[in-house]
Write a protein that binds this ligand. Sequence first.
Ligand code: NHR
Ligand code: GAR
Length: 225
Amino acid sequence: MSQAASQAIKLRVVVLISGSGSNLQALIDGVDSGDLPIEIAAVISNRPEVMGLTRASKAGIPTLVLDHKNFASREAFDIELMRTIDAYTPGLVVLAGFMRILTPAFTEHYLGRMLNIHPSLLPKFQGLHTHQRAIDAGETHHGVSVHFVTAELDGGPVIVQARVPVLPTDDAGLLAKRVQKQEHVIYPLAVKWFAEGKLKMTNGKTELNGELLAENGYQIEANDI
Ligand code: NHR
Ligand code: GAR
């Protein structure tokens, strides 16, 4: 396919970050290798001077900082964030380590076209500090989920999960590393499915290749630790 023709069909994606942006990097690498048929139209961070912004700039992607501390309320921040995102006319919004809870008006606006990656085997361990909580609970397995974002925090339909073992020698940092390796596999995969039109949200459930998925989504077993 010619360059012009392949560009014409590319899904425009806006990525929201708050930190190091290793998941953003996995998406950038997917685009660079020709694996991921998307155009990352912009990267927006709610925190200034984070590593993810440097990664985006290096890849030639427009970056913006919208510091939530400059807004009087969550609602006011979200309204400006929506305006900023929509200026890039994305077909998909990707939360990649984005750490601000979003208002229902925001999640409604992007319903069915916003994804999040959450470091647990949802519906287990919604919210923060998931690795320590999994260790404290004595779990033998932990992992990561990609899901559609709804108003319910980490409660939207799961698309894909990867499981990893929890080892007796683990601390939260070691476990997080093992999980993150899988994040960088399953997030580009889910975004690719969406870009190819194979993935959608139907009546509050995940539909992949024309079939509704069970609660835990498509399962990928990590074959290396
Ligand atoms: N918003 C909605 N409505 N629904 C979801 O599923 C969301 C969301 C916003 C972010 C990511 C999520 C995660 O993967 C996410 C999913 C931040 C917090 C949090 O408590 C919780 C979950 C997630 C992200 N944030 C604090 C807050 O007051 C701030 C913490 C901080 O700044 O470090 O917003 O886990
Ligand atoms: C990732 O591990 C992601 O799962 C997690 O934060 C990290 C961000 O890393 N997300 C959350 O905890 C959301 N609350 P990254 O900035 O290097 O992609």
